[in-house]
Design a binder for this molecule. Sequence first.
Ligand code: B4P
Length: 190
Amino acid sequence: MLNLVFFGPPGGGKGTQAAKVAEQYNLVHVSTGDILRAEIKRESELGLKIKDIINKGELVPDDLLIKILENVFDSHNEADGFIFDGFPRTLPQAEALDEMMTRRSCQLKQVLSLDVPVEELLERLLKRAREQGRTDDTEDVIKNRLRVYHKHTQPLVDYYRRKGIYSEIYGVGSVEEIFQELCQIIDQNK
Ligand code: B4P
């Protein structure tokens, strides 16, 4: 089973690359951002609870995310593997993912991180705001998402470095170039 985490700041290209890599290696693409946005759109109980959190650029509570992930994981028993895109974002989430893997007697193979300068992140997300109108892509909220990323998510780099499964690539360039580089790393380590 090939289980990968896509890691990096908001706007780094996780979602873009995770979709391509999932198709290439026949993996289940689990984007927690997409799952949460779908709940908001459905106006489900969960959606109503998390709407304001996402629109402020804060993180949805760990217990909710972990429950969602467990459900997705358990509903794909036959999968060749998973790409976790946007999860984990905190240490408790990373530990919960490890437990999920252990329970299923599998392991996380690689954590692939996209490193992109802040100016480029801002530019990409403001462009997406103009094109897609995502409510958390305003300049103030993007800046908060970046602060939240540095405080809560970036510390996971050390967590995964210590496990020896962390790789970082420079995420500026064409989508295709970055995709090819990611595939090379995946093929070398799978
Ligand atoms: P996400 O949906 O994960 O949002 P994101 O970090 O902005 O990444 P996304 O995948 O959408 O963007 P990408 O970098 O691919 O999360 C949204 C919110 O949900 C979070 O702020 C949080 O509130 C909540 N949430 C999600 N997961 C959570 C968790 N685990 N715990 C708690 N809360 C959670 O791409 C950005 C843009 O760049 C796109 O427009 C794309 O077209 C463009 N782009 C990509 N690659 C490019 C390239 N090479 N060159 C130029 N542009 C590029």
